[in-house]
Design a protein around this ligand. Sequence first.
Ligand SMILES: [Zn+2]
Length: 73
Amino acid sequence: MADACDLGSDRAQQMLDDALEHRRYQASRLALDNPYCMDCGEAIPLKRREALPGVECCVDCQAIREHKGVGRG
Ligand SMILES: [Zn+2]
């Protein structure tokens, strides 16, 4: 027999699960943003990552890439 107390805690648990799910979603999105340069492994400053979502390398390596013409075939 389910009493009111059980139903109430089920509901609270559901809200908690929803909140956790949202947190996890946000965390996984942040994880997709690679914080390290793919070329030299240096940490990419947060400001750069915020300015360029999905940026793969640091300023130095970006300059090198552009100098080499990577991506232009
Ligand atoms: Zn780099």
